[in-house]
Design a protein around this ligand. Sequence first.
Ligand code: AG3
Length: 280
Amino acid sequence: EEERAFIEWYPRGYGVGFKVTRRLFETQTKYQRLELYETEGFGKLLVLDGTVQLVEVGEESYHEVLVHPVMLAHPNPRRVLVIGGGDGGTLREVLKHKTVEKAIMVEIDEGVVEASYLYLDVAKDLLDRLIKGEEERAKLIIGDGVEYLKNTEERFDVIIVDSTDPVGPAKLLFSEEFYRTAYEKLNEKGLYITQAGSVYLFTNELLDAYKAMKKVFDKVYYFSFPVIGYASPWSFLVGVKGDIDFTRVDVSRAPEKLYYYDPERHETLFQMPKYVRELL
Ligand code: AG3
C-alpha cells in the first residue's frame, strides 16, 4: 500500500511532514494556494502556499502561546487587534479573556476564513458568528492589515500578528515602517506580538525582525516554543510600549483549560539556543 505524506520543505532540505489519508480541498484564492488534508493522527491540516498553518490536533501549541502571554502581561487588555489568523484560532483564545470589550480581526484572504469555517474544527462557531456579524465582542474585517492599521482611528491595548512567513503577502508585516504604525496605534501602555519563524531555519528573518522592532518599541522580548506542525522551536517577538514588564503575568486571569502555555511557569518561555541568543 502506497504511503502518502504532505511535507513542508524548509531551507537546506529540512522537512516537516504528516502522513495524509486524503486531500479534502484545494483552491487558488486571490492571494495564495490553499490546501486541506486529512492526516493520519493529527486531524485536518491547513496549508497555504506549501507552508503548514495548523493541524487540528495540537494547534493550541501555537494559539495559546501567541495569545495568553501578552494578554496576561498586560494589566487590562480591553481592545485587541488580530492581523491575519483567518482560521479563527487566535481570536478564539483572545475572547477567553473577560477583560476584552472589543476585538477586531483583519484577515486579507476571505478564502482562508471560508475554508476554515467549512472544514476545520478550530473555531467553527466563532467564524460563523463573525461572518454573520453576530459576535458581540468581535468583528471580522476582510482587508489588508497594513492599510487597516495605517488608516484606523482605533487604538489598541494588544496587537497580535498571526501571519504567514515574512515572504509574499506577509512581508510588509515585518518591516520597521509597519512596526512604527503599530506603535502609534497602541494605547499609552500596549503590547505587540508577532510569530517570527523557525529559530533554526529562519534565524536571519528572526534577527532582522528583532532589530527592526528594537528601533521602534520601548522594549523588545523574544521567546520560543515547540509548535506542533512547524519546524521547532518556533520564535515569537514581543514589542512593549510604555511601562509593562513582559516577564511577569497575572496568573489569576489565566483561562481555565490550557494545554501548552503554563502561566505559572511563564519564565520557561524565554529559552533560546545559546548561539541564537548571542546573535540577538
Ligand atoms: N500562522 C502561521 C505561522 C507560520 C507558519 N510557517 C510555516 N509553517 N512555514 C498560523 C496560522 C494559524 N492561526
